[in-house]
Design a protein around this ligand. Sequence first.
Ligand code: ADP
Ligand code: MG
Length: 594
Amino acid sequence: MERILGIDLGTTNSMAAFVGPKGLEVVENERATTQTPSVVTLSPTGVLVGRDALAARITYPDTTFYSFKRFMGRGAEDVAEDLSRLPYEVRIGERDHLLLGPLGQGKSPEELSALVLRQIKKEAETVLGEEIKKAVITVPAYFDDGQRQATRVAAELAGLEPVRILNEPTAAALAYGLEEKGEGKILVYDFGWGTFDVSILELKGKLFKVLATHGDTHLGGDDLDQILMDWAQEELLTKPTPQDRQALKQGCEALKIALTGQLEAEVELNLERGRHVLKLTREEFNRLITPKVAETLEHIHLALRAADLTPGEIAEVVMVGGSSRIPWVRQKIQELFGKSPHVRLNPDQVVALGAGRQAHLLAGGEKNFLLMDVIPLSLGLETLGGAFNKMIMKNASIPAKVTEEFSTSADNQTGITLNIFQGEREFVKDCRKLGQFILKGIPPMPAGLPRVKVTFFVDANGLLVVSAKEERSGVEAEIEVIPTHGLKQSEVSRMIKDSFEHAAEDFASRNLVEFRAKAEMVEAGLRRVWEKVKSLRGPEEIQALEAQMARVKAAAEGEEATLLKKELDLLGDLTRDLADEIMGLAAKEVLLEP
Ligand code: ADP
Ligand code: MG
């Protein structure tokens, strides 16, 4: 049985899961963590991914990319609101395709996601001791065809065949084995770092149908941290300096997380003007976050209304996302539905676990299992006067296939341009354009005579393939489908080829590149705080530090990855305590945590 990996490609964190001898489990990397931050840094010496990129964001703020899932398969007009919030540059390339980063080294959201997927693939291969070629990848239920297509491209660029694109809430329901219940409405409440989603699914004989989704792409645990920061600033009575802000932010998140387990908690902040202790009770915390929690409840009501359901008609509630751990959130959900939500599984892992289970099922791990999904939005063509002719209706079960006949509107017309749209409105101007479909080479005939059969096929991944044929002449005309926001097939092939050539690169030299970047970061970090270091340490220790820095530098100039790693580790040992003393948590990442 060929293994298929289940992957939760998240906005802030990504994770993989599989079914092994111990059953369903998540992949743990060598750092014994399961989450890979969805972050990529282009440093002068190479590309950093995951935790290393997260650590590098202070050194390279304008080439450290995060939150790029928001840009997958989107055009400039879709993301205008996001642009102002991010420290990196986003430019518009060919065909409205977005490019992140400075001119000349921009990367598409697909390429950045591919780097994260490649890292996850590599870690899973290390853990499992086998090559992995296929994956099930999850996406939000509201992702449209373009966004799903972009996810598929990202997988291909990472050397993974995306055997299924699975909705995140469906994955969560699968992780709990809810399809066993056979019937009922399920509500999935996903409260993460930066986004909030509620989805209502209908289960009917192992088929999950998305009845409604609602949410806010800018509502999450990060907003709760922000609320605590505002509160803390009042407590401190002064505005924090820019250096203090990072320590304050991390302190506030730590306080929030501590209050999930305790009725009161405190954190110590190392501010520029000295140490400061922040104390908070859970009761006060609940009061502070009530408006944000109320917003999530409002989205639930809107989703329920869209699905024409009352809370009492929901049979199961599934909690997803780190912020769903907050006791106050759980209490409010319990009160609203009058029943305990599913919280047995780790809410950070539940989507990945569901993907892992689905992957196992697809690989043939459980017999007699059929799970299908539905398409989120209707698909069709533009017709006369800009009307939208729906071919496949929203919520149709997939795979789905529909063929319709069209003709020409002018005499001797030899080509037809068909525009493909997705949406629920009557006119295409209110729908989303997915691509253009050009049918060429129709023999000259009077208007209305050619019989052009257009077929829309949505495969098991919810992805659209369009084909066409002129029946009367029997000539199969040449067809080109250009995704509006995606990459052309030739570009995809080229990039796949490029990435394979890259993979052939010597493993050690890739490590060397990563370690060199790390060495540079550590050096820059130390240089910035050097005055403080000198005030904290005796001359002997300073000398030892300087000597070790010189050794790191020499090793970075050499070609031996293992030597450089050893020297970096030694420098890490020397600076670890300093990091705490000088700059608090924020700078610790920069100093060194190999
Ligand atoms: P996303 O799906 O958006 O990538 P996650 O589901 O990983 O995000 O959730 C991350 C968020 O959960 C962060 O804001 C983090 O502070 C918060 N979080 C994690 N653990 C806890 C906890 N025990 N209590 C409260 N919040 C938590
Ligand atoms: Mg998530």
